[in-house]
Design a protein around this ligand. Structure first.
Ligand code: M6R
Length: 607
């Protein structure tokens, strides 16, 4: 949720930290701040609102000579998003400064205890309690790892934090428990951050910290310790192949638009090395030693959940595997009855979503194997799953997930073919048509994307004044309709519901009137006649209809939107960007902040 960066090196640290925060701003953006130790004191800069407000503040400063420091961009959990609650937070003597991501669940109890001991607090945050506790620890010992370990032994909840001290400029301490944190290892400089893009332009060498680990670093050295035992931990430095370009806008007005247009490349990358075209086989070597599951539980949130719902139709039809798709925040609190031959498939772009992680831990605790489908190499989902399949979307920066879903659909499709083959139930023509269809899909999509955008832009002029929308679909298009609705509400703030078209007559149709439009997925498949009847019912109540459809479906609606006909579920790869572009153009027309919609954060690392 919040973004953390800490730097120690040879460069002026403030620009490095601000640059890092810009790349982390998608994680939260209701306030920002930074601090550094210089000339025996902590210098603190904080501002409510977006990062640019902090930048304005910093612009009026004379040259700052610091070469280390910590920065934070916040997504409020405790306390209003104002300057007082912005990070970094200080201890009572202004000796320490700390930035934190996560939630200290017992902070109220700890705060009351500290108040009784004479502590005064400046903010309403749980974070301030943490830095006060560490300061108390330093009254007992001069060793920072020891003081931190002592403080953390009293803390319940999740955290990733970075700490500096006025007496040790250049030194940084950081630790994690259930919130992401990693170390960037450079030459004569080191970084700590919540996500790779924060330091990608300086180094691609990364150390992934595990829960319960603490790092002490300066410009030229770093050492990881166990928080509990304070024993040194040996860590592996991993090379990350992401390129810096991919984490920048590359000429597009918004990250979201750039990421939508990257989908042909994403499909190519996801397929690379996965299809044996000669022997007509799907290769997923990661899973070769796992039995085909007797039942699959897909656990995910938001867009990833919609990808799971979409895949259910495929798994059941072509791999003959029964599937339950669960919202992770519900899954984790159910009384689950899981059998040993079942499997949990956890889908997460970020690999850090708290509810999905809890689902993984729950399943593994019950002895059930977990396969993670995720986009971020080395993320917690990747590390905590028994097996991981990486989607190849590259860094997704816009809060609205687009290309990541595309990559999930490709891998879920391949997984269906793979298990279908292993079960010997996959019709051969399905395999050859899929392989053939996937080969031409990226090129077709590349040609079509500009046209889709044009149509979406013209529709946005017509529909941007609507207050509510229905998105309707049947079969495999129903989850896509849900995704279309999520995209629209998330970035344009227009209320939208994704419904199974056949369910309308059981209540929702009461809402239809001329000012309540419907976006229908009326593709040329076996369910088209049914969808057509449902749309007649909407029309009869005066509802306007946009229908994404294929040539020659003879659909008479307010705004038909024809897309090229592909084979079977491959059509979803054309429907998805159309829905994404419609939401995008609506939000742009309404002047909304597309990449950083209000109240949201890219990676939801709290419950
Ligand atoms: O990183 P994850 O895939 O686990 O994230 C899950 C959801 O938070 C995410 O898909 C969210 O719904 C997006 N903002 C949707 O665009």
């Amino acid at each position: 949720m919040c973004g953390i960066i800490a730097y120690s090196g040879h460069r002026p640290s403030v620009p490095v930290i601000v640059e890092g925060l810009k790349r982390l701003e998608y994680r939260g953006y209701d306030s920002a701040g930074l601090a550094f130790a210089l000339s025996g004191q902590i210098h603190l800069y904080r501002a409510s609102g977006k990062l640019e407000v902090l930048e304005e503040k910093l612009a009026s400063e004379t040259i700052i000579h610091a070469t280390s420091g910590i920065g934070h961009t916040r997504w409020a959990t405790h306390g209003l998003p104002n300057e007082q609650n912005a990070h970094p937070h200080l201890d009572p003597t202004r000796k320490l400064a700390l930035v934190h991501n996560g939630i200290i669940e017992n902070f109220q109890k700890l705060r009351e205890k500290l108040i009784k001991q004479g502590h005064e607090f400046q903010s309403e945050t749980d974070t301030e309690v943490l830095v006060h506790l560490i300061a108390r620890g330093l009254q007992k010992t001069s060793s920072f790892p020891e003081a931190i370990s002592w403080a953390l032994s009293q803390v319940e909840g999740s955290y990733a934090f970075a700490l500096i001290c006025k007496d040790h400029p250049g030194k940084i301490w950081a630790a994690r428990q259930s919130s992401p944190l990693l170390l960037g290892v450079g030459t004569g400089e080191n970084f700590v951050a919540s996500d790779i893009p924060a330091f990608l332009q300086y180094t691609k060498e990364v150390v992934f910290l595990e829960d319960g680990e603490l790092v002490e670093m300066d410009a030229s050295s770093w050492q990881v310790y166990s928080i509990k035992t304070l024993k040194p931990v040996t860590k592996k430095v991993q090379h990350i192949a992401w390129d810096v370009q991919a984490a920048q806008k590359g000429g597009f007005k918004h990250f979201m638009l750039k990421e939508i247009f990257e989908q042909p490349r994403v499909i190519r990358d996801c397929l690379a090395g996965r299809l044996d075209r000669k022997d007509e086989r799907v290769l997923l070597a990661e899973l070769d030693d796992l039995p085909v599951p007797g039942r699959l539980h897909i656990v995910a949130c938001g867009t990833s959940y919609h990808a799971g719902l979409w895949a259910k139709y495929l798994f059941e039809k072509w791999a003959h595997i029964p599937v339950e798709v669960e919202i992770a925040s519900e899954f984790r609190y159910r009384h689950l009855i899981l059998n040993p031959d079942e499997l949990v498939l956890a889908i997460s772009q970020s690999g850090e979503t708290a509810d999905t992680l809890a689902g993984i831990r729950l399943a593994r605790g019950k002895g059930i194997k977990v396969v993670g489908l995720c986009n971020v190499v080395g993320s917690t989902v990747a590390r905590e799953s028994d097996r991981v399949i990486y989607t190849q979307a590259g860094p997704e920066i816009s809060v609205a997930s687009t290309k990541a879903m595309c990559s999930q659909l490709v891998l879920l499709y391949l997984l269906t073919l793979y298990w279908g083959q292993r079960q010997r139930v996959l019709p051969h023509d399905v395999l050859s048509r899929s392989i053939h269809g996937f080969s031409s899909l990226p090129d077709i999509l590349e040609t079509e994307l500009p046209r889709l955008r044009e149509k979406a832009a013209s529709l946005s002029q017509e529909y941007a004044r609507a207050r509510s929308f229905f998105f309707l679909g049947r079969g495999i298009n129903y989850p896509l309709a849900m995704e279309g609705a999520l995209k629209l509400k998330e970035i344009s703030y227009i209320h939208a519901e994704g419904y199974a078209a056949g369910e309308m007559k059981h209540g929702p149709i009461a809402l239809i009137e001329p000012a309540f439009p419907t976006f229908a997925l009326a593709l040329n498949d076996e369910l088209l006649p049914k969808v057509k009847s449902n749309l007649k019912e909407v029309e009869a109540r005066g509802g306007k209809i946009i229908a994404l459809t294929h040539p020659r479906t003879d659909l008479k609606v307010t705004h038909p939107w024809e897309i090229p006909l592909l084979w079977g579920p491959l059509n979803s790869f054309m429907v998805l960007p159309a829905l994404q572009l419609f939401a995008y153009e609506m939000a742009v027309y309404l002047g909304k902040d597309v990449d950083q919609p209000r109240n949201l954060a890219k990676s939801v690392t709290v419950e």
